[in-house]
Design a binder for this molecule. Structure first.
Ligand SMILES: [Zn+2]
Length: 291
């Protein structure tokens, strides 16, 4: 029941995020009240949409992906963002305390853990907006990086309150100790943010800005605060592996030449999701190989 409520709530939030994404023009503030106000309308014919045309996912399916008035094709972004948002709202808390909640009523869950789950939901909803805007416009709004940094600091405080400042929560589990800097959470997050930013800085300088952009560098810093050290390194490695695979795939399909570059923001978001959901399993398996 809880998971169903979270799923439908996530759909509704995703519907709002679609408005944020589509009305962003790269100049006005991302959450500009004037840009976000006003009734939703078809981007093609301008007709104001009724409530039954705005039901997440269902309207898109019922109308077979077309506007009811002018039959223009609706962007697949609408159902994709709504569905991904619903999955974030359902599976992020499930991954964090699904086993606990399954065994006991939700009231028995440590309140700090609920705060931590809420902050991780915010992280992935922000990454979802970032990825959609990067795909659409090839830029990453500074607002998202700043908010992500603030959420990362709140997450650090919540984790410190839950586990103590000397115990950094890492998706590498006990293997994080190999990479050092696990003594103090503030120090750990500072190193992660600096290292992630410096890595992209060197990469941009070495490639003279082809490939990665400043937006990727600015995103890497709050990701460092959110994930800590060495987890942010793993996030970046995962995003490069997935990005290379996707790049190769689009070259093979003839969609892109080797020179054309894909926006990298979405791959950082996917890398973050892989680390969050499968990082512990991947690293347990990896270290079992080399032991
Ligand atoms: Zn229309």
């Amino acid at each position: 029941m809880l998971w169903a409520i979270l799923f439908f709530f996530g759909l509704a939030i995703g519907s709002f995020l679609n408005v944020v994404i589509l009305r962003y023009d790269g100049e006005k503030f991302l959450f500009d009240a004037k840009a976000l106000g006003g009734r939703s309308h078809c981007m093609h014919c301008g007709k104001t949409l009724r409530w039954f045309e705005l039901v997440p996912v269902a309207s898109f399916l019922a109308q077979r992906g077309r506007c009811r008035h002018c039959a223009a094709r609706l962007s697949a972004q609408y159902p994709a963002v709504e569905l991904l948002s619903a999955l974030v709202f359902t599976f992020v808390p499930y991954a964090l305390f699904g086993a606990v909640a399954g065994a006991a009523p939700i009231g028995a869950v440590n309140p700090a853990l609920i705060v931590i789950a809420g902050l991780w939901i915010a992280v992935f909803e922000l990454l979802l907006v970032m990825a959609a805007i990067d795909i659409r416009m090839g830029i990453i709004p500074d607002e998202i990086n700043v908010i992500l940094g603030v959420v990362g600091i709140a997450l650090m405080i919540a984790v410190a309150g839950y586990m103590g400042t000397s115990l950094n929560q890492s998706f590498l589990g006990p293997y994080a100790a190999i990479f050092g800097a696990q003594g103090d959470i503030l120090w750990n997050r500072a190193i992660a943010a600096a290292a992630a930013g410096a890595f992209f800085g060197v990469l941009i300088a070495a490639t003279r800005g082809r490939g990665m952009g400043m937006g990727d560098l600015k995103l890497a810093i709050p990701l460092g605060i959110v994930f800590g050290w060495p987890d942010v390194g793993a996030v970046i490695i995962f995003s490069f592996v997935i990005g290379a695979a996707a790049g190769l795939f689009s070259v093979v399909r003839g969609a892109k030449t080797m020179k054309g570059s894909l926006p990298f923001g979405p791959f950082l978001a996917i890398g973050a999701a892989v680390m969050f959901f499968w990082g512990p399993a991947i690293f347990a398996w990896y270290f079992s190989l080399i032991k």
